[in-house]
Design a protein around this ligand. Structure first.
Ligand SMILES: [Zn+2]
Length: 188
């Protein structure tokens, strides 16, 4: 082998070394780019998870607070002698849109309420009319609540909301009824 041939081989080997090194470097930088993209994705999903936890917590904080059992009260019916209008009352801490239903063994019946209940105002819900000594047919009341339509406050949930979008309510609350019928008229 001549000196020229040796030099040619050495130059070729050096060039090969350079190209191998550059392949290694570029594959490393591709790896680190992928790793940093992965890290960015992770921190974005962590931020997403944190936001979701925060909005879930806020959603729970905004649930209307109602007693565990609603006390149903009879009052003499204004026209029907010997009959009683049975009602429950409730108060909420902020303005809500609301709807309510009496829940029976079979089916439900809508109850009369204003569309929006104001913070601190006592709402009276008439459930049904019963005779003295007669128990209630309704088992519970189902409420559907939504944030107030004037946006004076809101829930952080995505896609909030109103009766048209969420017919079951942004918050659904069921409460059983406690009822003692008034004594009947003496039988003579
Ligand atoms: Zn919500």
């Amino acid at each position: 082998m001549s000196v020229t041939d040796v030099l040619t081989v050495l130059i070729a080997l050096a060039a090969l070394g350079v190209s191998i090194r550059s392949m290694i470097v570029s594959s490393r930088s591709a790896d680190s780019a992928a790793a940093s993209a992965e890290a960015a994705k992770e921190s974005a999903s962590e931020a997403g998870t944190m936001r979701r936890i925060e909005s879930d917590r806020r959603h729970e904080e905004l649930v209307p607070v109602l007693p565990a059992v609603l006390q149903a009260t009879p009052e003499p019916h204004p026209r029907l002698k010997g009959q009683f209008s049975v009602f429950v009352e409730f108060t909420v801490e902020r303005d809500y849109q609301v709807r309510a239903w009496a829940v029976y063994e079979q089916g439900e019946s809508p109850l009369s309420l204003p569309d929006v209940v104001a913070a601190g105002s006592t709402q009276r819900l008439y459930i049904e009319t019963r005779n003295a000594d007669e128990g209630l047919h309704a088992r519970e009341v189902r409420f559907a609540f939504w944030p107030a339509p004037d946006h004076s406050w809101g829930c952080a949930c995505p896609g909030v909301t109103g009766p048209a979008e969420e017919p079951e309510g942004h918050w659904t609350i069921r409460r059983s009824l406690s009822y003692t019928p008034p004594p009947g008229a003496p039988m003579w």
